[in-house]
Structure formats: structure tokens, C-alpha cells
Design a protein around this ligand. Sequence first.
Ligand code: ATP
Ligand code: MG
Length: 389
Amino acid sequence: MKEILLCKCGELVLKGLNRHKFEDRLKKTLYWRLKKIGEFDIHACQSTVYVEPRSEGEDMAAALAACSRIFGIVGVARAVVCEKNIEDIKQKAGDYLKDALAAVRTYKVETRRADKRFPLTSPEISREVGGYLSDRYPHLQAQMEEPQLTVKVEVREEYAYVSAGVTAGAGGLPTGTSGKGMLLLSGGIDSPVAGWMMAKRGMELAGVHFFSYPYTSMEARQKVLDLAEVLTHWAGRMTVTVVPFTHIQTEIRDKCREDYFTLIMRRMMMRLAQRTAEKQDCQCLITGESLAQVASQTVQALNVTNAVCQMPVLRPVIGMDKEEIVSVARRIGTMDISILPYEDCCTVFTPKHPQTKPALDKAEEEERKLDVEALIDEALAGVEIITIG
Ligand code: ATP
Ligand code: MG
């Protein structure tokens, strides 16, 4: 029996003239993701993308899992391909859904007929298929309200398809349709979630990580690359730029007043992230800051940090509670890596009493004790760019 995946597109159908651009991006993404799994033909028609294996040996479960992580798709159904005659539809429905039907008692059949030339109407098709299934599997009972299984018949241009159950898709917009963002990626819980949320809205990601060796270890660096790897399952290939940050941190520790350490460090991160973003054609920065979660994330502190940014800084988790962020992290597969116990540069030289209501002029005054430009040039000269995915 020949199987196919029917991927239902979400919001992109609403995008009028841009629709083709969105569809093309989605098809390209599907092509690249599925290439690793096997050979599939991909074509789009009427808000559905058809993913058709070239041979029957392809791993359909892996293909389904990959499709369900592609932004722009709201649901994926694994279906059997039928000839466009009612006998073949009935027969294949009975064969293909044998196991699924054996596991339930109540079911119903729903039909959508896109091809109005098909000789039977949708209710007639449902009745025919339902009658056949009830005869063949006498334990089954048709039930219109909340059945355990809904058998779907779709009659389309070339073929008819029978499926049962839709796997939820990732939603959002196809990767690459909303520009490119530079994600400040730490090893924590919040920043991978922040990156994922922007990627969901169609943004291509690049990552930047500030690395304070030997205060932070090679394991901590690897953890960040592992987090990026999980993000690529959703958002596709990305680079991570690892910026040496130790000298900047020791300079701040040696020369600036302690309660401004973290703030000045964050302003340095923003400057470096922005320069990296410009080089890599990103239009914005993305951080995992959440309002008032720590001293450097009060609105006053965010203002002081923002004062060095010309690019927009997107903070998608700003209004989320930790538990909400954690539940997304679990769903997207970053949580288990994020909670590994390696230190981040933010936890090195943390002041005992950080400023929660810092003043911009004080931060600037402290920074005059540093050679900011020279430190930035030095760090940028030492970056390492790693491609993942
Ligand atoms: P996270 O869980 O994402 O680490 P956090 O709650 O620990 O966030 P901070 O450590 O104050 O908060 O960092 C705030 C944001 O700054 C992070 O979400 C991340 O975007 C960025 N950031 C922090 N440390 C680094 C780092 N070493 N490299 C790159 N970005 C960083
Ligand atoms: Mg952190």
C-alpha cells in the first residue's frame, strides 16, 4: 500500500500575494529536512503539502516526526493513497486502518470531496465506507459524537486518501520568511526557548555565545552547541559564533564598581552581538530575558542595556513566568540539556548586591574606565564560527 503525508499549512494561506513565496520556502525546508531521511516528492496544492515517498521502503514515521517540527505546518496526517473509485477506497480503508480499528470500539467516517466530479457526494462516501467497515469489523460501532477514531476520506484531484488521526504540527510561519535574528545563546533554559519562539514566526536563526574560558568550561561550551543542535531540528541549519569573553570580564572585575558588573557585562554582550549580527546579515537580536527574573532584567536595567543597541532586541519570553518557559523547553527538547550543571559566564564574578535600579550615566561613567573599543576588537578577532545542522 502506498502511503503519503498530508501536511496542512497554517497561516500562510492567509498571506495573499505572498502565499507563493511562503509555499516555496516551506517546500524548500521540507526538501532539506527530508533529504536526511529518504527520497520524497513534495508538492503543494490547496493549503496542503503532499509528501510522497519515492519508494515503499522509506521511513514514514521519521518523516512524520520531521514534518511535525517544521514551522508553517499545523498538522500532519499519514494516509494511504487510493484510486478514485469507491471500491478501492473502502478496501484500502479496511486494510490500512486494520490495527487502528481493532484498538477502538466507536468510530465515524468524515469525507471531504475537493473533486466535485466524483460521482458520490461526501455523505454518500462516508456512508459507503462506514457500512463496509462495520460489516468487516463487527465490533465497531458508528458514533457521531466524540468517537474514539475518526476515519478521514479526502477525494482530491488525482487520488483519494484515507487517514485516521492528525499529528499536531509546529504551527507558525515557514523558516526564512521573517528575516534573520542573532540569538544570544547561553546554556540556560530561557534563551533556547526565546530563539525557538522567534523561529516559529518564520525567523532564521544565528547564535552567538560568550565564552569565559577557563572560568567556564569546555563542557559548558559544548552544552551550548548541543542546545543549538536541538534548535536546528526546528529552525534548520544555524551558525554559532563563540566569542572569547574572559578578558572583558576580568577587566570589568578589576576596574568597575561591583554593583554595576553584570550590567556592564550585558552592555558588552549587546555590543558584540550587534557587531556579529551585522556581519552575518541579521536584522535583530534575540535574548531570553524575562521581566524581573534577575536584577539585570528589571525595566531600568533593560533600559541601561538597551542604550547601546541600535538594532531591535526581541525578547519573546519577557512576559512569561519561569514555569511557562520550562513547559516550552520541555516540549521543544532543550530542557534536559539546559539543566546540565555547567556554569555560565553570568555566574562568574556576580556582584553580591547587583543594582536593580541602575542609572545610565553611572554605567557610562564606569565604562570610561575600560577601553571598550579595544576590548571589542580583541574579542571579535578571536571568534570561532561553528556551523550546526
Ligand atoms: P538563560 O536561561 O537564557 O541563560 P537567564 O535567565 O539565566 O537566561 P541571564 O543569564 O541574565 O538570564 O541572561 C539573560 C540573557 O542574556 C540570556 O537569555 C541570553 O539571551 C543572554 N546571555 C546570557 N549569558 C550569555 C552567554 N554566555 N552567551 C550568550 N548569551 C548570553
Ligand atoms: Mg543564564
